[in-house]
Write a protein that binds this ligand. Structure first.
Ligand code: PLP
Length: 374
């Protein structure tokens, strides 16, 4: 922030087309610098992480292109975007884009098979850093480095694209530094620091970010429009807080792993394992208890503590999902939150925590309510 001379002037709001919005331009520059990338597109016009990720795919892919997932089944909403597991209106499949996925082996990336799997004509290799709603491990930055190297060995033109959700600032390095061409994520997870009110980001090679920008706005317009409507200071200040808030979330996750493994539940990661994201999965084993867990986290949250979450058909998801998010920013999962699909093994995914102090209270109270594994 010092090097780029961030100033009060960058926090001014813009309206209308917002041509020449220096706050928007500087924030893009700042994200590019932090990620060691050529270019960035940071916008509250992205409605979510899925929107930012889909913008990259629709921005770059053309009919008959192929995309492959190298980390098994993608996150639930991304499967809907791709449209292969189940048909979905407006999906990549409807636009004639081909898709294959390389299965994980025992929850790990099948590194040795990548060279046989990525083809000469594969346009994008999708790499998901976080576990999503699965019991697999999050990737480490060293895993991402290995995957990118394998892909480039076979096909130097294949674009390595990392779904960076929940991974930001967990490790010292970020995907672009180890060979990813483009990455995307949500501003209401790690990198918004709990202050960003909405939005997403795309960071990477200049030409790829530019193609994505034509999909976010319109061909020819790209990154040169987009009013900030009062949000800039929150995005800058949230970014400033983000490394610390991510550390609070990690500490909370480790604490939860410790408590719930003592109570007999399978936790992933284990309390002493090295982490690649802020997610703590806990195998609860029973749907009723999973719901009870989410309700307990909700009840010990600062906002809407009186509400009882219900599993529902969330847009973009195939299974019913229950989400506890007693959060200041609706559904922000950098704030303490717990969620999961109602499907075996009935695992709950706990993440976030703006302050460890709050997370500790909520986790202890939840442990009291849930009790030992039976
Ligand atoms: C959160 C997440 C997304 C995007 O989810 P949104 O709710 O749309 O922001 C995508 N991939 C993974 C792995 C995620 O964890």
């Amino acid at each position: 922030m010092r090097e780029l001379k961030i100033s009060d002037a960058h926090f001014k709001t813009s309206t209308g087309y917002a041509y020449g919005d220096i706050g928007r331009e500087k924030l893009d520059e700042l994200f590019a610098k932090i990620f060691h990338a050529e270019s960035a597109l940071v916008r509250t016009q992205f409605v979510s992480g899925t929107h930012a990720l889909a913008t990259v795919l629709f921005g770059i892919l053309r009919p008959n292109d192929e995309i492959v997932s190298l980390t098994g089944e993608p996150y639930d909403t991304m499967q809907t975007v791709i449209g292969y597991k189940n048909p979905s209106a407006g999906s990549l499949k409807e636009f004639g884009i081909n898709y294959r996925e390389l299965d994980l082996i025992g929850g790990k990336v099948n590194f040795s098979e990548i060279k046989n799997f990525v083809g000469k004509k594969t346009k994008i290799a999708l790499i998901q850093r976080s576990r999503g709603y699965s019991m697999r491990d999050a990737l480490k930055i060293s895993d991402i480095e290995k995957i990118c190297a394998e892909v480039k060995k076979i096909n130097p033109h294949c674009i390595t694209f990392v779904d960076n959700c929940y991974g930001e600032f967990v490790e010292k390095f970020e995907p672009i530094e180890v060979g990813a061409d483009i990455i995307a994520g949500s501003l209401i997870k790690n990198i918004g620091g709990g202050l960003a009110p909405t939005g997403g980001y795309i960071v990477g090679k200049k030409n790829l970010v530019e193609l994505s920008s034509y999909r976010l706005t319109a061909p020819g317009m790209g990154d040169e429009l987009g009013a900030s409507l009062g949000t800039p200071r929150l995005l800058y200040q949230g970014l400033f807080f983000a490394p610390h808030v991510t550390a609070q979330a990690l500490k909370s996750a480790i604490f939860a792993a410790g408590i719930f493994s003592k109570l007999g539940y399978k936790t992933s990661p284990a309390p002493d394992e090295i982490r690649g994201d802020i997610i703590q999965a806990i195998e609860i084993g029973m749907p009723e208890k999973l719901i009870k867990f989410c309700r307990a986290i909700q009840n010990f949250s600062p906002v809407d503590s009186f509400a009882a979450p219900e599993a529902w058909d969330m847009p973009g998801y195939e299974d019913k999902i229950i989400m506890a998010a007693g959060t200041f920013v609706q559904g922000a999962s950098i704030e303490l939150s717990a969620d999961g699909p109602i499907r075996p093994p009935y695992a709950v995914y706990l993440q976030g925590g703006l302050t460890f102090e709050h997370a500790k209270i909520a986790i202890l109270k939840t442990a009291e309510i849930i009790g030992k594994k039976i």
